[in-house]
Design a protein around this ligand. Structure first.
Ligand code: C5P
Length: 408
């Protein structure tokens, strides 16, 4: 564990002097909360546990009290300080709900306050971080997904869930992230304002190249990885400009989004903002070609063969990386085979200090991914995780290279 923590915070020494309210709700993953509390404490974070009554059926308050050294709060009608919901949230730097059940997420989404923990969340004056844990069917239910979207729109940070074997024996999305991964993300959110005062320009999502008034050429990129990087960069204190192709995603809090459709529009937006950018991260799946002469009106069906002439699009990343004084450039490579070979080749060809490669079949549309980073020092594997966790890890790596480069 010591090794893990050393890796997690290479430059930060023991105490973070932060205070967290760790909210535990009633799911089987509640047992992981004990390890999470312990890992946070090891980082110098003081932990005040608040449990729902249901959570006490899965893990005892005595365990958490012993680990944190603080009495566990459960009942809103029984506490010796009075106004526990106001007091506890005022002294906290963040509230972390782990595990967060479907029921508790629904309560948060609707602003309900019928027990101490939900009341505390409503009365808070600090960031709220939620680690969902539930059966895969409950997670994919439209109501849960609607509630999750509501929370994201309200600026709540979601960590996970992950894919995997569930307590019920089924396999799928809904497992709570492991305590180590959660602690790592929480510490990252707290400790790394390393990008404060820096401008980060990001492209994300697909592009859409019109064929005629109603048809076009696009691809299956969801934009999730680019949006996760935008959110992580904002959490690290950066001023983020997100140039986004058409996606169904909500703008990450604290970022500026510029909506574009075609590669040419994306190129224009990037050219407009690149002069002030410190870091440029090209995540967008830009169409390689556009239709040379798109039809103004819908092309009518006929029995004749239809031939479309395609013109190559500008390579936005190569353009930026080869400017006289470029920002620190990070590229992505989605390959379907020979990942290393293609990634190394692409990094050299585009003149990039850092390239993140993944297998397209592992990444497109998914909430999870795994990456291999290529830089002058070689390759670094980022194991399978949710895209926000990966985004933080990628940014930590990029930031350290960028800062090193600037110090020289
Ligand atoms: O050459 P390839 O498309 O595989 O390169 C992928 C990388 O280059 C990604 O970072 C992508 O965002 C960027 N790119 C770009 N403009 C293009 C094509 C790719 O910025 N026209």
């Amino acid at each position: 564990m010591q090794l893990f923590l050393a890796k997690m915070r290479p430059t930060m020494e023991p105490a973070l002097t932060k205070r967290i309210v760790l909210g535990i709700t009633g799911g089987i993953a509640a047992y992981k909360a004990a390890e999470l509390a312990r890992l946070l404490m090891k980082q110098g974070i003081s932990v005040q546990v608040v449990m729902t009554e249901a959570a006490t059926h899965f893990i005892t308050p005595a365990t958490l009290q012993a680990l944190t050294g603080n009495p566990v709060l459960i009942d809103q009608w029984q506490n010796d300080k009075g106004m526990a919901h106001i007091h506890s949230s005022r002294v906290a730097d963040a509230i972390v709900i782990a595990p967060a059940t479907a029921d508790f997420i629904a309560k948060l989404a609707h602003g309900l306050a019928d027990d101490l923990l939900s009341t505390l969340c409503l009365a808070r004056d600090c960031p709220l971080i939620v680690a969902p844990a539930m059966n895969k069917q409950m997670w994919s239910n439209t109501s849960t997904q609607r509630n999750v979207q509501r929370l994201l729109a309200d600026g709540v940070t979601l960590l996970g869930p992950a894919n995997g074997l569930q307590a019920c024996g089924e396999e799928g999305m809904g497992r709570m992230l492991e305590a180590e991964a959660l602690a790592q993300d929480i510490v990252a959110i707290f400790s790394t304002q390393e990008l404060k005062g820096r401008k980060v320009l990001i492209t994300a999502g697909p592009t859409y190249e019109a064929i005629d008034a109603v048809r076009g050429i696009t691809n299956r990129s969801s934009g999730k990885m680019g949006y996760a990087i935008a959110q992580a960069a904002a959490e690290m204190g950066a001023e983020v400009t997100l140039v986004s192709g058409p996606t169904a995603l909500t703008k990450p809090n604290g970022t500026q989004r510029i909506d574009v459709t075609s590669a040419s529009e994306m190129f224009d937006a990037v050219k407009q903002h690149v002069a002030t950018a410190d870091i440029f991260i090209a995540v967008a799946a830009v169409a390689d070609y556009r239709v040379a002469r798109p039809n103004e009106h819908k092309i009518k069906k006929s029995d004749a063969t239809l031939t479309l002439e395609l013109t190559p699009n500008p390579d936005i990343l190569a353009y930026v990386a080869n400017l006289p004084s470029p920002p620190f450039c990070v590229g992505f490579a989605a390959e379907s085979e020979k990942l290393r070979e293609h990634a190394n080749e692409k990094r050299k060809k585009k003149n990039l200090p850092l390239l993140a490669a993944n297998l397209a079949q592992n990444a497109i549309g998914s909430d999870e991914n795994e990456l291999v980073l290529f830089d002058d020092a070689g390759e670094h594997e980022l194991p399978r995780a949710d895209k926000l966790t990966l985004a933080h890890a990628l940014l930590r790596h990029a930031t350290s290279l960028y800062l090193k480069g600037n110090a020289q």
